[in-house]
Design a protein around this ligand. Structure first.
Ligand SMILES: Nc1ncnc2c1ncn2[C@@H]1O[C@H](COP(=O)(O)OP(=O)(O)OP(=O)(O)O)[C@@H](O)[C@H]1O
Length: 250
């Protein structure tokens, strides 16, 4: 099966001379459709930089990134923004929700920016929030939501354009243990649904949901472990995959 995400010889260095930091140093990576890849490693080893390169938020000094058969490194800023909007969902540690917009409006926003009608965006956002166990919180502002709820809104927003790929940077990093468990279950359900995920994490429970775990050291891949192998095409939860989240606290 053709890989969804593919990178070769990826390099991103900062500074020069004695101040040179090899944040990402000649990394090769291939992610298959439906695969969940966890990226772990000590602080400063290059995980976030790698994720930004993969998602077109930053440009590599050298190397290539391909998404769905299309080369994406070196795109113009406009083309990269369009690609990110349509093909990639991002989830960040600090949620990055728009404070002035309700939960529903935050989720609708990328759909509107991608050219969806207001009605379609609203319908899709409502459905996603419902599946995240947040149907009753759609009109709330981020400040009126708990950390776990905010992160679930952020995941709904990441999914609204049905992206090929989800990239998550420390998705449980700002959450207490109970909220982290909810988000953990959410990612497990997305994996079971057949989504393709790359998750940077310090949380061993999140790492444990991956099919493959990559350990980075000094900008390079130091170790790669295949975790729970599953039969090809195992959909897990069927059509209503995120139904598994129905027990989430609203
Ligand atoms: N804009 C920048 N300018 C200079 N150095 C940078 C910049 N961004 C990152 N670095 C350096 O690159 C290295 C990798 O940083 P990165 O944020 O990718 O690490 P990380 O593994 O995600 O760390 P953490 O787990 O603490 O988030 C670090 O040494 C960092 O200090």
């Amino acid at each position: 099966m053709e890989d969804i995400l593919w990178a070769r010889g990826l390099r991103r260095h900062y500074g020069t001379g004695r101040a040179l930091v090899r944040a990402v140093d000649d990394v090769d990576l291939a992610v298959a459709p439906g695969e969940t890849v966890g990226v772990v490693g000590a602080s400063g080893c290059g995980k976030s930089t790698l994720l930004h390169l993969l998602g077109g938020l930053d440009r590599p000094d050298a190397g290539e990134v391909w998404l769905g058969g299309r080369r994406v490194d070196g795109l113009s800023e406009t083309a990269a923004a369009r690609l990110r909007r349509r093909e990639i969902g991002f989830v960040f540690q600090s949620f990055h929700l728009v404070d002035e917009l309700s939960a529903a409006e935050n989720v609708e926003l990328p759909a509107l920016l991608a050219g969806e009608s207001r009605r379609a965006a609203r319908r899709r956002a409502a459905g996603l929030l419902e599946r995240m166990g947040l149907g009753g919180r759609a009109r709330h502002l981020p400040a009126e939501l708990s950390g776990g709820q905010r992160q679930r809104v952020a995941v709904a927003r990441a999914l609204v354009n049905d992206p090929r790929l989800l990239l998550a940077d420390e998705p449980t990093g700002n959450l207490d243990s109970a909220a982290a468990t909810d988000v953990l279950r959410l990612f497990a359900a997305l994996r079971a649904e057949g989504r393709t995920l790359v998750i940077v994490t310090h949380d061993s429970r999140v790492a444990g949901t991956a099919d493959r775990l990559i350990t980075m050291r000094d900008g390079a891949f130091a170790d790669e472990t295949v975790l729970g192998a599953r039969p090809p095409g195992a959909g897990g939860l069927g059509a209503g995959g995120l139904g598994a989240l129905s027990g989430l606290e609203a």
